[in-house]
Design a protein around this ligand. Sequence first.
Ligand SMILES: Nc1ncnc2c1ncn2[C@@H]1O[C@H](COP(=O)(O)OP(=O)(O)OP(=O)(O)O)[C@@H](O)[C@H]1O
Ligand SMILES: [Mg+2]
Length: 263
Amino acid sequence: MIKVESLEFKYEDGTIALKNINIDLDKGRVVGVIGANGSGKSTLFLNILAILKPSKGVIKYNGEPIKYDKKSLREYRKEVTMVFQDPDKQLFYSKVYDDMAFVLRNLHFSEEEIEKRIHVILEKVKATDLEQKPTHFLSYGQKKRISIGGALIMDSKVLLLDEPTSGLDPKMSKEVKHIIKELSYEKKLVVSSHDMDFIYECCDYIYVISNGRVLGEGKPEEVFLKANILKEAGLDKPWLVKIHENLKLPLYRNEEDLLKIRY
Ligand SMILES: Nc1ncnc2c1ncn2[C@@H]1O[C@H](COP(=O)(O)OP(=O)(O)OP(=O)(O)O)[C@@H](O)[C@H]1O
Ligand SMILES: [Mg+2]
């Protein structure tokens, strides 16, 4: 579906944020991208979304290099959408409803269809009560939820989620994780996060990024056992991996499996 080939990205100030990145999103249903602050995750996502254009290399969608003219981008962004790390970069319009309707109105959907879609999405992100609220009055966590909703409105085939749980309290974070799990049955997800427990549980393939390079890749149960890669990337291990290594328990993929077997 999406392949990143020999991608290099240089910002205007000369910072080379990505170097020779090769990524194949067909390798997993939910693909994780992990790396320390400043390693290049958001820059990678913005390149995949075609907001940034590679300095070298290509990004292919269904075998074809993506094109950057207006018409091609409009079509591409029906297929590939993103939840931005900072929800304020994503929310523009005064009321939640109008913010969500904006993209669809631009594509000349009928008001009836727009209303129907928005109600389904608000239900999905558990935010029906926020429909008429001005976006600037929302709490950070509510903004995060609405920005996930906004990215779902196109019903794209691929959804990029850049740090979807950062800054959320444990309850909200759990809810967002649940939403992501549900979405994983419907579309291809690419998730970046500093929460290794979350990545370990929700992803089936992982890329480890460090200093703009891919340092390692593989299934979560392989990647998280490679202590040297994690150390070099400045990342911690998920608690289930620590339990496995320190208490000599089997390597469980989630808390439920562990509790089922222990008690
Ligand atoms: N607009 C910009 N101009 C110049 N350099 C930038 C710009 N945006 C990001 N960078 C640099 O590019 C590198 C990668 O940044 P990026 O935001 O992609 O990292 P990240 O992995 O998403 O980090 P975080 O975990 O903090 O979100 C960093 O060195 C950063 O300083
Ligand atoms: Mg980032």
